[in-house]
Design a protein around this ligand. Structure first.
Ligand SMILES: Nc1ncnc2c1ncn2[C@@H]1O[C@H](COP(=O)(O)OP(=O)(O)OP(=O)(O)O)[C@@H](O)[C@H]1O
Ligand SMILES: [Mg+2]
Length: 400
């Protein structure tokens, strides 16, 4: 293991469909963060953002982690890991409990409330990824810190982000096989929104869209908090697969065509190697454009429906921010602007400034996870410990 252990370091591990990304961040003086190192490995054993083969995925994770340790010169075993996938769901919950004899509110009262909230919101065999937007009420009045206060009734509102138990099991097995510990599970879309959105956008109302290889994640943030989150089962990898089928070529050649031409109009013809690599197929540029555009429009249609379901009374002042590797598709922001009739920009985190543009977009989730760790880690771990009936407690015993 490279380097020495450092306490003020947070590590983000993004297990994506096409790549495993690791970002090592140091919490510097005055809460200024510094990017110490990055690590990468192509993914194996991951489909649509979910681990389907934990042993295979662990080998890729180990490689990415080894790269990151070497680049950062820091030893670490604890990581903030993303939980994604089309099943990731957000359920708002609102629970209350009476406090006998107006007792002082203690940790056990909060623990019971957290547990009750999770039981109320979660379907059977689902587990908590994290709790967000927690707010507390005593006798109907909002309080920032209920511990130590007195009242007759304690209430709590929160959004529970959850996935099926099986998905969480696979992630935990993968990390255990890779000799890593989970500092906290974080919903990928939340980590990425944290990283690429400006404070003013988050206040005004903004939709962040992370286009990965296998999935697209949309998050609506308004007044600084998460209002809605959806994961759609389509991403940039589908454009590549469509091209491979439509042009009778390999995935590798199709990926090259996608990156070279994107949504730009293509005059004349495109030469692509045939499947055996022995000859070239001559394809009309118009067909290539049509294939790329039609799958891109499908992705944008999911985003359009997501925005429609928000039932916004006014326009979306913060507009749409595209990120993830799929956002690099040439002329995608222009198509999105036309299709959605909303301002669109690409976004990545300033900590990735100066990196090659491809890296800046692909490492965004990993950096977001590490940033989450440096900024929210402690408070959120506390909430998860409170929800001991949630995944932390159950899985600690399950893993023994
Ligand atoms: N220059 C580019 N132009 C178009 N697409 C690109 C470009 N660079 C990368 N991509 C696409 O980005 C996708 C990978 O993005 P990313 O690394 O964010 O996905 P992932 O995190 O592995 O997957 P997911 O988030 O879906 O689990 C691939 O489909 C790849 O083809
Ligand atoms: Mg991703």
């Amino acid at each position: 293991m490279a380097g020495t252990v450092q306490k003020d370091v947070a590590v983000g591990l993004d297990i994506g469909t096409s790549g495993i990304y690791v970002a090592v961040l140091k919490n510097g003086y005055g809460a200024k963060q510094e990017l110490l190192g990055l690590g990468y490995s192509p993914s194996v054993g991951v489909e649509k953002g979910r681990i389907v083969n934990p042993e295979e995925a662990a080998t890729a994770v180990k490689k990415a982690v080894a790269d990151a340790r070497a680049a950062a010169g820091v030893a670490f075993t604890s990581v903030y890991v993303n939980i994604d996938g089309p099943e990731l769901a957000a359920g708002p919950g609102n629970v209350k409990r009476a406090i006998a004899r107006r007792q002082v509110i203690a940790r056990r009262h909060l623990q019971e409330l957290y547990r009750h909230l999770c039981e109320t919101v979660l379907p059977a065999e689902w587990l908590v990824v994290q709790l967000v937007n927690n707010s507390f009420y005593i006798d109907g009045k909002h309080v920032d810190r209920p511990l130590g206060c007195r009242g007759r009734e304690l209430g709590m509102e929160a959004v529970v982000l959850a996935v099926p138990e099986r998905q969480m099991e696979q992630t935990l097995l993968c990390l255990r096989n890779a000799d890593l510990k989970i500092a906290q599970t974080v919903a990928g879309p939340l980590a990425i929104a944290q990283t690429v959105l400006a404070g003013v956008e988050r206040q005004l109302g903004v939709v962040c869209v992370d286009i990965g290889a296998g999935i697209t994640k949309a998050t609506f943030i308004n007044h600084g908090i998460l209002y809605r989150l959806n994961v759609f089962p389509v991403g940039g990898g589908h454009i590549t697969a469509d091209l491979a089928v439509g042009l009778h070529t390999s995935l590798k050649a199709a990926e090259r065509v996608k990156i070279d031409y994107g949504l730009g109009s293509i005059a004349g013809h495109v030469n692509v190697p045939n499947l055996s690599g022995t000859d070239c197929n001559v394809i009309s540029g118009e067909l290539v454009h049509r294939i790329i555009r039609s799958r891109s429009e499908e992705i944008l249609e999911f985003v359009k429906q997501f925005i429609k379901n928000l039932k916004l009374e006014a326009s979306l002042p913060g507009g749409i921010v595209l990120t993830g590797g799929g956002a690099l598709l040439c002329e995608l922001p222009e198509l999105a602007r036309d299709y959605l009739k909303i301002p669109v920009r690409r976004g990545y985190n300033v900590l990735l400034e100066g990196k090659a543009s491809e890296d800046a977009y692909r490492y965004t989730t990993a950096v977001g996870l590490a940033l989450w760790g440096t900024e929210h880690g402690q408070a959120n771990c506390e909430a998860m410990r409170m929800a001991e009936g949630g995944f932390v407690g159950r899985f600690k015993s399950w893993l023994r």
